[in-house]
Design a protein around this ligand. Structure first.
Ligand code: KIV
Ligand code: ZN
Length: 511
């Protein structure tokens, strides 16, 4: 008998809590559509009380998603629960996920509440959430450091109040698999009416055991796993969706449950999340890393050629790895372009956006003979990016490097519609370009990260650049792609500056 394993994806909420990974509404919608295509059961679309922008993004996602439940997080207080309830109202299937901390250290030092008050708030929040939806989830934050008797008490109380899913989080990534499995088992045994609810787990990766702990929970009765694409998330991240799903699918001899994920959508989803958030995937990452299916040693290659299963436990194509598909070329027309975008599940906001993206495609096709799906994704990212806010826009630039000479760059920007230019020297052309931009904008930001990845292979490939900037406690990531990586660098820097300019203040759910 195979049970259903519910996949609860929190890339848009916990994932977005990774430094600089904040996303615009349009970006969140693109990811939500892809998560639906992937087949996740629940999309945690955000934390509605964080800001009006977050509530709006959740509401927009709730309006368009048809085959996944759309969920908002809410602390266990009236304001948060009402904000979550309003945000998920348009959803075909909507959930409120309310939580409160239950460990002695959190209750005493963070919440400054007694255990009785914590139980009272949890019960009130669940009852209020039920006014908006009958699908209410309750989480005991920092369950890993909570006392077992208190967990039994609060879970019993919220079941009586009407919660349908009980989530047991390892908020600080402290557990180890044997202990985590035992904790879930004991809770299921001790909490009255535990068979009437779905038990869930949510593990962080501080000790590198988020996936192992989640799987231990599944082996001991959890039937929902909270996870994120590429393991994105607060600090060291969450359990990675692709690893959980493929472990359960590949080891059917061990697990008595399975998910409804369309595994061939895993790699496209991973690439989309990586390019939108600016968090690259390490090459040796399981399932979605570029080397995950690459056999380097001669012995392995020989074995795989003779019989694939000698060294492969999964098939690359089953998780969505395809060889780069040549899609379009210089002579492709607008219709072919539109059709391929549709096939990739990319929806642009109206004809104007399509025309602009098509113009960029033609420009790229002039410089690059073969255009792959990955190029189209990058191009569309840029199209969405340019619609965020164009306070700073690259008009033109020239970079010069020559052996024995100090590299220099001249940059012309449009700043709020006015053209300004500057020329600077630097350690290399990218350094000189950033200095020239700073000479104009004087942003006073700190550069935390600069990274370049090639989107496809070959020296004419587009380079995708990510920069992370910090200012006044806020951190943003910017992206830019171009066949010229110095131009891509300038675009990514300006994209980050535009994000700093437009993003308002947001509350963090766990602070
Ligand atoms: O890590 C955590 O405890 C959380 C809760 C809000 C579920 O993210
Ligand atoms: Zn978390």
């Amino acid at each position: 008998m195979t049970d259903k394993l519910i996949i609860f994806d929190t890339t848009l909420r916990d994932g977005e809590q990774s430094p600089g990974a904040s996303m615009t509404k349009e970006e969140k919608i693109r990811i939500a559509r892809q998560l639906e295509k992937l087949g996740v059961d629940v999309i945690e679309a955000g934390f509605a009380a964080a800001s009006p922008g977050d509530a709006d993004a959740i509401q927009s996602i709730a309006k368009i998603i048809e085959h996944s439940t759309v969920c908002s997080l809410a602390r266990a207080n009236e304001r948060d629960v009402r904000a979550a309830g309003e945000a998920i109202k348009p959803a075909k299937s909507g959930r409120i996920h309310t939580f409160i901390a239950t460990s002695p250290i959190h209750m005493e030092k963070k919440l400054r509440m007694t255990p009785d008050q914590v139980v009272e708030n949890a019960v009130k929040a669940v009852k209020l959430a039920l006014e908006y939806t009958d699908d209410v989830e309750f989480s005991a934050e920092d369950a890993v450091r909570s006392e077992m008797d208190f967990l039994v008490r609060i879970f019993d109380a919220v079941i009586q109040a009407g919660a349908k899913t009980l989530n047991v989080p390892d908020t600080v990534g402290y557990s180890i698999p044997a202990l985590w499995g035992e904790r879930i088992k004991q809770l299921i045994e001790r909490v009255p009416n535990s068979a009437k609810v779905v038990w869930s787990t949510h593990c962080h990766n501080d000790l590198g055991m988020a996936v192992a702990n989640s799987l231990a929970a599944v082996m001991n009765g959890a039937r929902q796993v909270e996870c994120t694409i590429n393991g994105l998330g607060e600090r060291a991240g969450n359990a990675s969706l692709e690893e959980i799903v493929m472990a359960v699918k590949t080891r059917r001899d061990v697990f008595t449950c399975d998910s409804r994920i369309d595994t061939t959508q895993i790699v496209p989803t991973s690439k989309l999340v990586s390019s939108i958030t600016g968090y690259p995937v390490q090459p040796n990452k399981a399932i979605v890393g570029a080397n995950a299916f690459a056999h380097e040693s001669g012995i392995h290659q020989d074995g795989v050629l003779k019989h694939r299963e000698t060294y492969e436990i999964m098939r690359a194509e089953d998780v969505g790895w395809t060889t780069n598909k040549l899609t379009l070329g210089k002579l492709s027309g607008r219709n072919a372009f539109r059709t391929r975008l549709q096939e990739l599940g990319i929806v642009l906001a109206g004809e104007e956006a399509l025309n602009a993206a098509f113009a960029r495609f033609k420009d790229l096709a002039d410089r690059k003979s073969e255009i792959f799906d990955e190029d189209l994704q990058a191009l569309v990212n840029e199209e969405v990016v340019t619609h965020i806010s164009e306070h700073y826009r690259l008009v033109s630039m020239r970079a010069h490097s020559e052996t024995g000479e100090l590299p220099s760059a001249r940059v012309v920007l449009s700043v709020g519609g006015q053209e300004r230019s500057a020329e600077m020297q630097g350690g290399g052309p990218v350094d000189a370009t950033f200095k020239a931009i700073e000479q104009i904008v004087q942003s006073g930001t700190e550069l935390l990260l600069y990274s370049v990845n090639n989107i496809t292979s070959g020296t004419d490939a587009q380079g995708e650049v990510t920069v992370r900037l910090a200012k006044g406690g806020r951190i943003v990531n910017g992206q830019g792609a171009d066949t010229d990586i110095v131009v891509a660098s300038a675009k990514s820097y300006l994209n980050a500056l535009n994000k700093l300019d437009t993003e308002g203040e947001r509350a963090h759910p766990q602070v």
